[in-house]
Design a protein around this ligand. Structure first.
Ligand SMILES: Cc1ncc(COP(=O)(O)OP(=O)(O)O)c(N)n1
Ligand SMILES: Cc1ncsc1CCOP(=O)(O)O
Ligand SMILES: [Mg+2]
Length: 215
C-alpha cells in the first residue's frame, strides 16, 4: 500500500489499536496482534516500553509480517531506527521523542509520521513540521500511560476538528464514550485497554465498530 492509501485508511477507519504486552491479559504482543487483525482491525501501533531493542525488533518484524498478510497499517512507537529496520508503514513520536524534521530525514518521504499533541500550539507545529497525522489526548483518564497530561479542553477539541491533517483521539476511549466523540466530529480513535486489555478481543472490536456505525 502507498502512503496515501495508509493515510486514507486513517481518515476512513475509526479503529487504531495500540499494543503493549503488560496490558494484554497475559497474551504476547504477537498473539494479541494476531487476534486484533483477525477481529478486523487494520491500523496497529507497536508500543513496548519494557523490552530490549533486539526483543522489540524480533517482535515487530513478526507483527509486521502479520500486518502484511492482512494488508494492515503497521506503525512503530517512539523509535525511528526500529521503524526503519522493520520497514514499518509509519512512526509515532511524542513531544519528548525525535522531532519530525529528523524523523523525516531518517525515515524518508514514504514513512507516515504521527505526532502526539495536547494543545493548539503543538497541533499547529506538527502540521507546520510536516506530520501526516496528530494524536490528540488524553480525552479521558487512562491507566495505560504514566504522567499523562490533563484531559484536552473543549477549546482544543474544537481546534482539532478544523485541522488539515487527520486527528487520532486517544486516552480512556472505549465503547462507553467512542460514540459521543464520533458525534462530536472525531473520526479516528487510538485505544489500548478497550481492545488489547480485553479477554474477548473480537467482541470488543465488534462493540466499538457498532458504537461508531452510522445509518
Ligand atoms: C496515536 C497515538 N497518540 C499518542 C500517543 C502517545 O505518544 P507519546 O506522547 O510519545 O507517549 P508514549 O506512547 O510513547 O508513551 C501514541 N503512542 N499514539
Ligand atoms: C499512549 C497514550 N497516550 C496518551 S493516553 C495513552 C494511553 C491510551 O490507553 P487507553 O486507551 O487504555 O486509555
Ligand atoms: Mg513516545
Amino acid at each position: 500500500m502507498t502512503k496515501e492509501q495508509h493515510l486514507q485508511r486513517l481518515r476512513d477507519d475509526p479503529l487504531y489499536v495500540i499494543l503493549g504486552e503488560a496490558l494484554s491479559c497475559g497474551r504476547t504482543n504477537v498473539q494479541t496482534a494476531a487476534d486484533v487483525l483477525a477481529a478486523g482491525v487494520r491500523i496497529i501501533q507497536y508500543r513496548e516500553k519494557h523490552k530490549t531493542w533486539r526483543e522489540k525488533y524480533a517482535e515487530a518484524k513478526e507483527i509486521r509480517r502479520l500486518c502484511r498478510k492482512y494488508d494492515a497499517t503497521f506503525i512503530m512507537n517512539d523509535a525511528v531506527d526500529l521503524a526503519v529496520a522493520c520497514k514499518a508503514d509509519g512512526i509515532h513520536v511524542g513531544q519528548d521523542d525525535a522531532p519530525v524534521s529528523f524523523v523525516r530525514q531518517w525515515a524518508g518521504p514514504q514513512m507516515l509520521i504521527g505526532v502526539s499533541t495536547h494543545t493548539e500550539e503543538e497541533m499547529t507545529e506538527a502540521v507546520r513540521d510536516g506530520a501526516d497525522y496528530v494524536g490528540l489526548g488524553p480525552f479521558y483518564p487512562t491507566q495505560s500511560k504514566r504522567d499523562v497530561h490533563a484531559p484536552v479542553t473543549p477549546k482544543v477539541r474544537q481546534f482539532a476538528l478544523q485541522l488539515s491533517i487527520p486527528v487520532v483521539a486517544i486516552g480512556g476511549i472505549g465503547k462507553a464514550n467512542i460514540g459521543a466523540l464520533y458525534a462530536e466530529g472525531f473520526r479516528s480513535f487510538a485505544m489500548i485497554s478497550a481492545v488489547v486489555g480485553q479477554v474477548q478481543i473480537a467482541a470488543a472490536v465488534q462493540a466499538l465498530r457498532q458504537a461508531v456505525a452510522v445509518d
